[in-house]
Design a protein around this ligand. Structure first.
Ligand code: 5AD
Ligand code: SF4
Length: 444
């Protein structure tokens, strides 16, 4: 009988995609995936290191799983992903909560590590690779909607933003063969999927060269969009220093490329952007937003903001707020700066903004974004949008939920429709996070 593996995923979309690769590797090696932790012989935790609280959460989980381990001799627990890479074999020493450790480039070695751990040996592989993209592995989809999926197009990161741990835990940037990306997309289409999100730390620097033929991100995106006009295509994340007008023109040219760009600003202050090693200025960033508005007028824009980076003053903070107002973001992820051991900032700058000040500035940023998000939603009331139905609404069985091209979540009465269908929805009202409406028969 096959053994059962349970996997829990923390962090970004990239980790969600990686967990699907891990389950694929294990299912070729005698393991069956289970959603029930109690029946698993192997528990894997796919982890994130981006901020300290992400790691704290994982320690909490490991302690809870430690109780299961006591009750079930032979149960193996593996820590994989970014936190595994960052802490390496040190994790094994901590209260024997973990039997094996595998970094993001070591997933092909998992069957071996499981054997080692099962026979009581030290099981650690945290080697980073220059080439590994898992291009030949067909991910086992664990999402439950069967409509939207992630496709990883590259791994690693070369940008070296001063606050960020990613280049250290995910290694150098490498792109995946476009043929294998397209192959995966075609498989998804065949299985009934209607939306893919192409993933990379910085998709704008995607590149693949073979026999003198160069494929950059605009070309790759175009090929994926051409695969099927009924397949929606999204992508994340773009870097302001690299996002080109060529890319914006491709987005504008295809109806099935979603009109939403996630373009993290991080800060609005030139002094802080320089310390962060973001390699663009406020003015450059504003020019990119201007280009988006000009080339793709109906495009939604979202951002990431960090409050309280090293040496940030009230003036710097006000510049972040004013950039947000100017950009009129539709959505934002907002964080307090969290010093990561080994990062450029940890080595070079003092983490000198007090916790209290970080919290207050983050609050200012969140309040402003709430105002901007509400404004962004309100302007959609009275309009009709094409919505791809993704699921039943969590609140009500006779309501459905889906998203507009701009990535706005919409809730509406089912009216006999099902997930996977495109419907036109008239927006009747909104909250700061959701549009609410009804299906209409009118074409747009
Ligand atoms: N502290 C706070 N936020 C961070 N991010 C990355 N590193 C840190 C850090 N050390 C944020 C950035 C990035 C997002 C994924 O997480 O805003 O875009
Ligand atoms: Fe971190 Fe910058 Fe890479 Fe994003 S692009 S993961 S912020 S180093």
């Amino acid at each position: 009988m096959e053994k059962k593996v349970y996997i829990e995923t923390y962090g970004c979309q990239m980790n969600v995609a990686d967990s699907e690769v891990v389950v694929s590797i294990l299912s070729d090696n005698g393991y069956e995936y289970t959603e029930n932790i109690n029946e698993a012989e192997l528990i894997l935790i796919n982890t994130c290191s981006i901020r300290e609280n992400a790691e704290q959460r994982v320690w909490g989980r490991l302690k809870a799983i430690g109780h299961l381990k006591k009750k079930k001799p032979g149960l193996l627990v593996g820590l994989i992903g970014c936190m595994a890479e960052r802490l390496k074999e040190n994790i094994l020493e901590k209260e024997h909560l973990v039997d094996m450790v595998a970094g993001p480039d070591a997933y092909r070695a998992l069957p071996l590590l499981i054997n080692d751990a099962g026979s009581g040996h030290k099981a650690v592989n945290v080697l980073l690779s220059q080439e590994e993209t898992y291009a030949d592995i067909a991910p086992v989809r664990m999402d439950r909607n069967g409509v939207t999926s992630f496709v990883s197009i590259m791994r690693g990161c070369n940008n070296m933003c001063a606050y960020c741990v990613v280049p250290y835990v995910r290694g150098a940037e490498r792109s995946r063969d476009p043929e294998s990306v397209l192959g995966e997309v075609m498989e998804l289409i065949k299985s009934g999927y209607r939306e893919v999100t192409l993933l990379g730390q910085n998709v704008d620097s995607y590149k693949w060269e073979i026999n003198g033929e160069r494929t950059g991100f605009p070309e790759l995106l175009e090929k994926v969009a051409q695969a099927d006009p009924l397949l929606r295509v999204r992508f994340s994340t773009s870097h302001p220093k690299d996002i080109s007008d060529d890319l914006l023109r491709v987005i504008s040219k295809y109806d099935n490329i979603c009109k939403h760009i996630h373009l993290p600003a991080q800060s609005g202050s030139n002094r802080i952007l320089k310390l962060m090693n973001r390699k663009y200025t406020r003015e450059w960033y504003m020019d990119r937003i201007r280009a988006i508005r000009e080339i793709i007028p109906e495009c939604a824009v979202s951002t990431d903001m960090i409050a309280g980076f090293c040496t940030e003053t009230e003036d710097d903070h006000r510049e972040s707020l004013s950039l947000m107002e100017w950009s009129e973001y539709d959505f934002a992820y907002m964080f307090k700066y969290s010093e990561r051991p080994g990062s450029g900032a940890a080595r070079k700058y003092p983490d000198d903004v007090t916790e209290e000040t970080k919290a207050r500035r983050l609050n200012d940023i969140i309040s402003l974004q709430n105002k901007l998000s509400t404004k962004s939603k309100k302007k959609e009331v009275g309009r009709i949008f094409e919505v791809l139905i993704e699921n039943q609404s969590k609140r009500s069985a006779d309501h459905l939920t889906g998203r507009t091209s701009q990535n706005n979540v919409v809730v509406f009465p089912a009216d006999g429709h099902e997930k996977g269908e495109y419907v036109n929805v008239l927006i009747e009202r909104c909250t700061s996070a959701t549009l609410i409406g009804k299906i209409v028969a009118i074409r747009i």
